[in-house]
Structures are given as C-alpha cells and as structure tokens.
Design a protein around this ligand. Structure first.
Ligand code: TH1
Length: 858
C-alpha cells in the first residue's frame, strides 16, 4: 500500500508548516484559544493565554518527537533508558522555546496578541516530581541526551502530587500543603491510553521445572503511559520521558457493588489509584513502607514490559537484548528491575537461568548517590515475600548462585559471605538493594571522583575484591547550561556571546568554550558589564522579595545564599551563574549546618549592635537568603526553619542594623525559585554537602582522614582554583576522636567557643521570641554536638570575614567570578551524559542531526 496516501508533497508541507513566522504563531495560538480551550479573545486571561501558547509550542514538539521516534524505530539503533523515581523538571514553556529557538518569535507574537510572554511564563506550575539533587540531575540528563541526539528515554511515575508546598505559619514554622500540580490540564504531557500494562501484586508463586515458576492470584493494577516530550537544544531531536499512572484494572468490584457494599466495591480501585498518588517527601530514607515498594515495582515492571515490547518489534533473538537495550538505574530505587527481568526471561520467555543472568548483567548499570549507611535501601524479607512472592524466590536464587561463586574465590571466609549476601540477617531479615543492584549490573558508578573512590573503598569494597576494580567507575555530576545559564541568566549568556564573539549555541553546547573569558580579565568594560548583569539579577530577586514578602531590600549589599541542604548540583549552578562559594571541610547533616549559618547571622547581628556608628560605617552590608524544605517528619530541621524565620522578623525591623544586615527565608523552594535566586547571589554557602542528610560515622571519618573536603567540591576547586572559593573548617583527621571527647570529656560551650555560646544564649534568652521553643535545637549544640558546630564555628566566622574583606575589592571579586564561570566547562551535564554513553551504553549510536531533520514522519 502506498504510504502516505495521497500527495506526499502536500503531506510534507502540511507537517512542516507549523509555526515558522510570527503570523503562523499568532494563528496557532488563537486556534488553540478557540478550539482546545473553547474560549474567545474577550474572556482570555493570562492563564488561558499561557495554555494556548503552550499547546501551540507543543505542536512543534510533537512534530519533532514523531520524526525522532520514527527515525530511531527505522534505524533500529540501540537505546538507553534512565529509570528514576524522581524527575524534578521545573517549568517547560521557557525551556522549550529556547531549545526550539522560537523564543523571540513567540515574544513578538504574544505581544501582538496583547499579552506579555514573561507574564505567561509565570503562569506555569513547576513539575516538582522530585525531592532535590537526584531528581534535578535526572532532568538535566534528559536535556543533555536530547541535545546530544542520544536515543535515551526516561521512565518515571506520574505522581498526582509532587513534593509538598511549603508555607510558613504565623509562628514561623513550616507547614506542608499538597501540591496539586495536575489540577489544570497539563499541556506538556500526552496520555497514551493505548499503552497500558497489567502489573501484579501479592498472590502466590509455585515453582515448576527448570527453576521456573507460575505466579498467580493477588491484585492486578493497570499502568497507563503519559509521554512528556524532551526537546534537544539546537536540534530537532526530541526524546521522551514516559511516566506511569496507576489505575484499577476493573472499575470496581461488581460483586460487592451488587451486594450493596459500595465502600468495599471501590476499596480496591482506590488502592490501585493510590500507587502513583504521591511522591515520598523524604530524601535518602524511605524504607519499610509498603506503598513505596509498590511504587518501585509498579514502575519498574511497567517500564520493562514497555522496553521489551519495543525490543520485540526489532525481531531479534532475545539473547541480543543487551545489544539493543541499556538501562541505567538511578540509585537503588529501580533495583527490582533486576529480578523482574529474570522473571520475564525465565518464566515467560523460556530462557535458562544462566542465559537469563547473562542478559540481565549486560543490560543494567547502577549509579550510587550516597555512601551513608542509613541511606542504603533495605527491604524486609517478609514484606517482599508478601507483596512480590516470585521476586523473593528469584532474589534467594540469585543470592545462592552468587554466594557459591564468592565461596569458590574466597574459601571459608564466612564473614565476607555474610557481608556480601543479598540478605542481611536479623529479625526480620532484610534485602540489601545496593548489593543486588551491584551484582545485577554490568558497571557501578559514583557521582564525583571522591565519592566514587569512597564507593570503592567502603560500601563496595568486597565487590571490588570479587569483580576487580574495572566494574567500578566515576561520572561526575553535571548540570545543563541551557536552563542554568541561558534560561535563568539571559543577560550573562548574551554578554558571554558578545564577548567571545560566538553564537550562544557554540558555548551552550560546548561549555569548555567559556574558558575564552579568561582572555578578557583585563578589560574593564567587560568587567563592568559583568557586574551590571549581576546587579540586574539582584534587582530581579529584590523585586521577587518585595512582591512575595513585602520587603524592600538593599541591592547594593552582598547577597549571601544558602539553598536546600546537601546539594552539589546547586553549588555548580551557583558557580556557573557567576557567584563565589564557601565550602565546609568538616561535613555535617544538612540542617545542622544551616544552624551554623543562622548562628553566624546572629553573631554578626550582635556584633553590629555593639558597634559605634563610625564602626558600622565600615561594615559590609549583607542580605542573607535561605530556602529549602525540611522533611515533614524531621523535627529539628523544622525547628531550624522556625528559628531562621523568627530571627529574620527581629533583625529586619531593627533600625540600627537593618541596612547592614537583613535575612530572608524564602518559602517553597523550587526549581523556579532557584532560577531567580542563584543568578542573584554574590556568594553561596555549601557548608554541608553531599550525602550527609542524617549522620554518618565511618564515611565521615574516612573523608577527614583523607584531609579533603567531600565530593565534587574538590573537583570544582581543582578547576577554578582554590583562591576562587573559600574553604574553612577543621582539618583534623579525628572526627571520631572529637566526638569521643565531646561525649566523655565535655567542655562547657562557654569555654569551648564563647562566640557560639553568645549566639546560643541570645536565642535562649528570648531575643527572637520564646527561647524555650528552641531548647531541643540548642541542646544539640550544647550537649553532644554531634555535628561539631563548636569545632568549626570560629573558623566559619573567620571565613566569612575573609569573604567580607574580599568583597571590598570589587574589581578583584568580579574577576574571581569571571574566573570561576570560565572554568565550569567540566560540569556540564553534556559531558556527564557522554561519559555514561561511552562507559556504559557503548554501542549507543549517535544520530546525525541532518538525518533526523530530513526524515519527515509520514
Ligand atoms: C543526592 C545526593 O545527596 C547529592 O549529593 C547528589 O548531588 C545528588 O543525589 C545527585 O547525584 C541524593 N539524593 C537522594 C535521594 C534519595 C536517596 C538517596 C539520595 S542521594 C531518595
């Protein structure tokens, strides 16, 4: 049969003819106003105009998306899949316009229709399907793979509710409200009601011959696909993020319904829908909860079924699966994909156990994001047995074969066997997901040089002994320069383009080109412009603070920012958007270190209060910003937020000091808020870094013994030069020893660290409202001081003084800022995704830009 039907030229012209001119744009937007929204010009508000504009942009994406998928289907290339429980995408419209190169045209078109594009962009709700760094990393990787024309799809869950909205109550406490981000139609997703899979839970598994089993009974839930198009930058290549929604398989239980028991009739359908209803709002620790385990299996099983179906279209023998499919596991959350693929191969595809294991271990790749022992996922055996009886059998079988191999290599080493076993003994027994992810994967990586070294030296040490070191490697995290330079800091992007005499695409696609900025360090005109960009970003933030909190701020002051808690990604972003950074050497739990910062602010306030007016004249005016969400159950973290808010209330009203020091806690931290906050910062504080959410003992000791700061900090310092960042803190190798001293030979706070004692006393005495409220927080400092604030406070204050001093020499400060930005090339997520492609998905074919464009999806 002829394909397409009719005249091919007419088809091509019709497909191509979307949104090329401003007049096409206005036509397409108005078309959506009238048809998709069923509205008219006279009753169109900003939100309606946003929706129509978004739908019109989506038309462009769809055409590109179709062409891209057709191209990859036809070429039969190998594909890579990124399985992540979190994708912290933020907003889409601005990003899509920039990546498609249509921003200016839409600006004009929207303007002609009597609206303002910036206002429309502001109407969009963030897609906040993530807690923090891990989810934002996944989002950056999607942007990079699309831009690099790599055939990579993301798989995740379509949560009805993303990370909670943070409100501040009258007493200054964090309040949580649901985030109903899907309340209005989401123009960026495409329901694929035809792409559905049935996912089983519970029931029983009966072993038959050859290691096979039949799993039946229990509950079946439907997974429905929603596709989110991911446009590449400066290419038509458009990748896909497929998110699954859970639905009951049958509407409701007809028997109960007929018997008049309506509640019972909808019960099981409610429980099916509950699976994808909400994102768990805890970083690092969410174990033991049945619903979370259900989410993990639901998502991995649906994704694997989908991947397998696509593979089968290629008509290749199943043994070639790994030649066409690579699956990257973003942390241990998708580890159930390993026993699930075993189950499919052995029970359904008639593959022998040995061959199945060979296929599995050539398909999966595992990224570890933390070495904190309490953050390593474990699931109780009884829970797994109940929810996924067949998978429990498979995990036991994998374990048996594996431990036999270990025994062969290290005969009689029982302790080693116990450590490496997938099962941790105890009551109940637990399944160690990191061990399973490691042995079921072809390779394992950490997310920064030092972190990867730690992975090899600590949690994976036995596995390095067993497999050899080449299975373990590093991919330092990266961020996308499209969103974190061009989109959130357009002034800087423009200046860089003019200065380097390069089109933006040149450095946005090859960030190492920023090094060229170093040739302009002696050009005063350029430095002036650089400073002017920063100033206008500060004005933008000031405007935001004014409209949201009702405060006017001094934009001549230094802006000092501490956002979220433990995130290296954000410190890279801060550098890219041209501000300086202070890193702490001794690592502490996240919110505890915000305590360090707030105590530093109180200290500064007390000092300012005691100064004479003449002395005050010499002080460096400063505005301190905090933003971040505390896990809802993390009491001390929430108390810290309350303290910050109440200190701000006093300080910001004090006529003696308010021009010299003010403090803001910006509620409801999000990607969109980060986009305003980060480009406006003069300095950002990373005084607690990766993976230190709760505590940490052996690993911390290890870091300190190595006399190095943690994670990518060191790599950043290596790149930008130590003189362009401020390190501080204890370099003692003996954190355990310090803790021991604190515990058994306590020295009163007043003696140990008078400056900190004074700040603590100010809080206790009620200077910032009822001091008694904060006793539990203050006691963590006075009593065991697990995070060693008393050890670090003085050097922290000294570091801040150095920052103040350095800021006085404004020209030199600007130069530092240029130098750091210039050296950020390594931290592009384009580089990171290339590392993954080369190390893991080796034969992932790259598609050639033009090839893709020329293929019209007919
Ligand atoms: C974070 C790490 O803490 C952070 O340092 C890193 O930059 C980021 O991942 C990206 O690699 C992690 N987030 C989570 C979230 C959960 C479990 C473990 C980690 S590690 C739920």
């Amino acid at each position: 049969e002829k394909w397409p039907r009719g005249d091919e030229k007419v088809w091509k012209a019709a497909i191509r003819g979307v949104d090329k001119d401003v007049s096409d744009i206005t036509t397409s937007v108005v078309h959506h106003v009238q048809t998709s929204l069923a509205r008219q010009a006279h009753n169109l508000d900003n939100f309606g105009a946003y929706q129509a504009a978004a739908l019109s942009v989506r038309d462009n994406l769809l055409v590109n998306w179709n062409e891209t998928q057709l191209h990859f289907n036809r070429s039969g290339s190998k594909r890579a899949y990124y399985l992540s429980l979190e994708f912290l995408m933020g907003r889409t419209l601005d990003n899509a316009l920039l990546n498609l190169g249509l921003k200016e045209k839409y600006n004009d078109g929207i303007d002609k229709l009597g609206f303002n594009l910036e206002d429309l962009l502001d109407q969009e709700r963030d897609a906040a399907l993530g807690n923090g760094g891990l989810g934002r990393l996944a989002a950056c990787y999607l942007d990079s793979s699309a831009s690099q024309e790599l055939p990579l799809w993301g798989y995740g869950l379509r949560y009805q509710y993303g990370i909670f909205q943070q409100l501040i109550g009258p007493d200054g406490s964090q309040l949580e409200a649901p985030d109903p981000w899907l309340q209005h139609d989401n123009p960026w997703e495409l329901p694929r009601l035809d792409v559905t899979y049935e996912i089983r839970f519970y029931g029983h598994s009966e072993r038959i011959e050859d290691g096979k089993a039949i799993w039946s009974g229990g509950q079946e839930v439907l997974a429905i696909a929603y596709d989110v198009m991911i446009p590449g930058y400066d290419t038509k290549n458009t990748n896909n993020l497929r998110l699954w929604e859970s639905k009951p398989k049958r509407g409701f239980d007809l028997n109960s319904f007929n018997a008049g028991d309506y509640e019972r009739a909808v019960e099981s359908s409610n429980s099916a829908a509950a699976i994808t209803s909400v994102l768990y709002p805890n970083d690092h620790t969410t174990f033991g909860k049945e619903l979370r385990l259900k989410q993990q299996y639901f998502w991995t099983a649906a994704s694997l079924a989908d991947i397998l179906r696509r593979f089968k279209n290629l008509d290749k023998p199943i043994t070639e699966f790994p030649d066409y499919v690579s699956i990257q596991l973003n942390d241990t959350h998708p580890t159930l994909a390993i026993p699930e693929l075993m189950r499919i191969l052995v029970d359904e595809e008639d593959v022998s156990w040995t061959n199945a294991w060979d296929i599995v271990t050539r398909t999966f790749f595992f990224t570890n994001h933390t070495v904190l022992p309490e953050a390593l996922e474990k699931w109780p055996v009884p829970l797994m047995q109940h929810l996924l009886p067949r998978h429990m059998q498979i995990i036991f079988d994998i374990n048996l074969v594996f431990l036999q191999a270990v025994e062969k290599k290290f005969p009689g080493d029982r302790e080693r066997l116990a450590r490496m076993s997938l099962i941790e003994e105890g009551i109940p027994q637990n399944i160690r997901m990191a061990n399973l992810a490691c042995i079921g994967s072809h390779k394992v990586n950490g997310v920064a040089e030092l972190h990867s070294e730690l992975v090899r030296a600590t949690i994976m040490k036995d596995f390095v002994d067993f497999y050899g070191v080449s299975k373990f490697f590093n991919v330092t995290n990266g961020i996308t320069p499209r969103r974190w330079l061009d989109q959130c800091n357009p002034g800087l992007s423009k200046l860089i383009s003019e200065t380097l005499k390069l089109p933006k695409a040149a450095f946005l696609k090859d960030l190492t080109k920023l090094e060229g900025l170093l040739d302009h360090l002696d050009d005063p005109q350029f430095l002036k412009k650089w400073a002017a960009v920063k100033q206008s970003n500060k004005e933008r933030l000031a405007h935001y603070v004014e409209t949201t909190l009702g405060f006017t701020i001094n934009t001549q002051a230094m802006f000092d920012v501490q956002i979220k808690a433990s995130d290296l990604l954000y410190c890279q972003i801060a550098l890219l958007t041209a501000s300086l950074t202070a890193f702490a050497r001794v690592q502490g739990g996240s919110f505890w270190r915000q305590t360090l910062n707030i105590m530093g602010v109180i200290h500064r306030y007390i000092k300012l209060k005691t100064m004479t007016p003449a002395e005050r004249k010499k002080a460096n005016p400063k505005v301190v910003f905090f933003a971040g969400k505390a896990a809802p159950g993390y009491y001390i973290a929430k108390l810290t937020i309350r303290l910050i808010v109440n200190v701000a209330r006093i300080i910001n009203e004090d006529p003696d000091t308010k021009d010299l020091l003010s403090l803001f806690f910006l509620p409801d931290y999000s990607v969109s808020l980060a986009e305003i906050l980060i480009p406006a910062s003069d300095i950002s504080q990373h005084i607690s870094t990766a993976g230190t959410e709760a505590s940490g003992t052996s690993n911390m000791k290890f870091w300190l013994e190595r006399r190095t700061p943690y994670g990518a900090n060191i790599e950043i310092a290596e790149e930008v030069g130590e003189s362009n960042v401020f390190f501080f803190g204890h370099l003692t190798p003996a954190v355990e020893e310090l803790r021991y001293q604190h515990l058994y030979h306590p020295v009163p706070l007043e003696q140990k660290c008078p400056a900190l004692a004074e700040a603590v006393q100010a809080v206790a005495s009620g200077l910032f409202g009822d001091g008694g409220v904060y006793e539990p927080l203050l006691n963590t400092i006075r009593q065991n001081d697990y995070y060693l604030l008393t050890e670090d406070f003085d050097s922290y204050i000294q570091a801040l003084a150095l920052v103040d001093e350095a800021y006085q020499d404004r020209m030199e400060w600007i130069k530092k800022s240029v130098r750091t930005t210039a050296k950020m090339g390594k931290f592009s997520s384009d580089r990171a995704i290339q590392d993954y492609a080369q190390e893991c998905w080796v034969s992932s074919e790259r598609i050639v830009h033009n090839q893709c464009i020329d293929l019209i999806g007919l």
